[in-house]
Design a protein around this ligand. Structure first.
Ligand code: APR
Length: 173
């Protein structure tokens, strides 16, 4: 598995699956969530509302992941995951590990070969970017060891130079 980090807008990533840093309602928000819903178009919200009416009546749990089509995005799929919110005392790193592992599993189930991740929880949810980068890379590498050749490439697409630096340090580490 090729693992890279770059600065950019994840909504433009030419990959099979884009991971959304959602909240438990799955009904949109700001940050990555807002950008992905805006770029994917209104059908994305309709798909999420359908999930809430059917398989996820109570919303998506912290650390879980669920797939929808990407609609107007370049990516065929959006994998929604809910990161731990430090402001709510959700400080267990295993919750964030679960976001990355579950997202890869769901993306692989949808036959995705390339996946783009944002820095889940490193924005509104208040986690330190260096911690997110370290946890994300550990999780992706471990999942790859357990699922060889399931996914060809993971791209961390980061909005700011500061967060990119955190992932570059983690990649070198
Ligand atoms: N592309 C890539 N990264 C982005 C983009 C984008 N278009 N927009 C924001 N980011 C970055 C942020 O700068 C941050 O580094 O993604 C990282 C995650 O930030 P958030 O989007 O705030 O996600 P998170 O911290 O997980 O908080 C989730 O915020 O938007 C709401 O509905 C969402 O309630 C949920 C919460």
């Amino acid at each position: 598995m090729q693992i890279t980090a770059e600065q950019g807008d994840i909504t433009t990533a030419q990959v099979d699956a884009v991971v959304n840093a959602a909240n438990s309602t799955l009904l949109g928000g700001g940050g990555v969530d807002g950008a992905i819903h805006t770029a994917a178009g209104p059908r994305l919200l309709e798909a999420c509302e359908e999930l809430r009416r059917t398989t996820l009546p109570d919303g998506l749990g912290v650390g879980d992941a669920v797939v929808t089509p990407g609609f107007d995005l370049p990516a065929a799929w959006v994998v929604h995951t809910v990161g731990p919110n430090r402001h709510r005392g959700e400080t267990d790193p295993d919750l964030l590990t679960s976001c990355f592992r579950q997202s890869l599993g769901v993306a692989a189930d949808a036959k995705s070969r390339t996946v783009a991740f944002p820095a889940v929880s490193a924005g509104a949810y208040g986690w330190d970017a260096d911690d997110v980068a370290r946890i994300a890379l550990e999780a992706v590498r471990a999942w790859d060891d357990e699922n060889p050749a399931a996914i060809d490439a993971v791209r961390f697409v980061l909005f700011s130079a500061g967060v990119l630096g955190a992932f570059e340090r983690a990649l070198e580490g």
